[in-house]
Design a protein around this ligand. Sequence first.
Ligand SMILES: [Zn+2]
Length: 111
Amino acid sequence: MHELSLCHAIAGVVKSHTAGRQVDVVRVQVGALRQVVPESLEFCWTLVRSHEDMPEAELELELVPAEVRCGQCGHRGGLESRWAVCCSRCRSGEVEVLRGNEFLVTSLDVT
Ligand SMILES: [Zn+2]
């Protein structure tokens, strides 16, 4: 499961920064193009956090909408569908992704 391996990756980052302190909140930025289902990520986190001995740690997701710039018509904007990366004006697939590929732990609250 995609989300489960992402949660293990999050836990690895958290543990390397907290050195055994109690973790209360983990904030994660997730781009729309990562094709992550937020509910599934949150569910997997409840499994991983108890396995990783940080049962208090709440996951806070910040969802980042996708934004692309079209190489054909120069249009800059969001995507009509998160599953098809193409220009919403001319349908060209020749687009540069400006935002939407994020997946990172942005901050932690520890006690
Ligand atoms: Zn275009």
